[in-house]
Design a protein around this ligand. Structure first.
Ligand code: FES
Length: 264
């Protein structure tokens, strides 16, 4: 994974509604465990995992918690861990985090609902983000969003009926020199156009091999990416170029002129 590792505070969900005629999928009600398509039977009841899943999650959670001097400090990675299980932060996941960390559920919910990277309903196998912050927007990000949302038939933080694609409006991917930028499961797709964005999504839906512009050649699923964010690496972090093109122009100029950073 090569993208930004933290989400930003959430905006109003009312800002970016579904395109006309589309369906808002997987609606989650506060406090009700929602089961992803194909995941039936893994979440046994309101707020609990099956024994097998629970055992596996506990094993991973204990490893993560052991890295922190204070148990509660492991909340952010544990939220990613439960998201890697369910494709979102489910009610069961919130209760699991609270139990493992000795927190109240209200404390867990307070954090998980603050950051945009923690989702409140199941995301697709491929979570596609379109940057609509200032630079990307004027370079075509707004147009990409409009056409892609219409093409997929879903709005902000919504998932296609087949569970393959979800869309999100992103606020700056820290890759402005490649504007307009998109991300799929937090991997970069630089210098996009409406046509390339729609082709990318069609290829993902068709199961074609899609490679990010930077980072590893292999694109993982949203759940796999969440597992990496939980601190359980897939050993792909060092694969592929992490910087390229415009990002390196300043470095070239500095080298040509013998410029160096001041001593600390
Ligand atoms: S404005 Fe889009 S990456 Fe910064």
């Amino acid at each position: 994974m090569s993208g930004p590792m933290s989400g930003s505070p959430k905006e109003s969900p009312a800002d970016y509604s579904s395109p006309k005629g589309s369906t808002t999928l997987n609606p989650s009600e506060e406090g009700v465990a929602v089961v992803s398509p194909g995941e039936e039977g893994r979440v046994t009841a309101r707020g609990s995992y099956s024994p097998e899943v629970r055992e596996r999650l506990e094993r991973d959670a204990k490893e993560i918690i052991s890295r922190y001097p204070r148990t509660r400090s492991a909340l952010l990675p544990l939220l990613h861990l439960v998201q890697s299980e369910d494709g979102y932060v489910s009610d069961a996941g919130q209760e699991f985090c609270a139990e493992m960390l000795g927190l109240t559920k209200a404390e867990v919910v307070g954090v998980s609902t603050f950051y945009t990277m923690y989702k409140r309903r199941p995301m697709g196998d491929y979570h596609v983000g379109v940057c609509v912050n200032t630079l990307c927007a004027v370079m075509g990000g707004d147009q990409i969003w409009d056409e892609l949302s219409e093409h997929v038939g879903v709005g902000h933080d919504e998932t296609s009926p087949d569970g393959r694609i979800s869309l999100e409006r992103l606020e700056c991917n820290a890759a402005c020199d490649f504007a307009p930028v998109m991300m799929v499961n937090w991997e970069f797709f630089d210098n996009q156009t409406p046509a390339s964005a729609k082709q990318l999504v069609d290829d993902l839906r068709d199961g074609k091999n899609v490679s990010p512009t930077r980072g590893p050649k292999k694109l993982c699923t949203f759940k796999e990416a969440s597992r990496v964010l939980a601190g359980l690496p897939d050993d792909l972090a060092g694969d592929g170029p992490s910087a390229a093109g415009a990002s390196l122009e300043g470095l070239k100029v500095a080298k040509a002129n013998g410029w160096k950073a001041p001593e600390a």
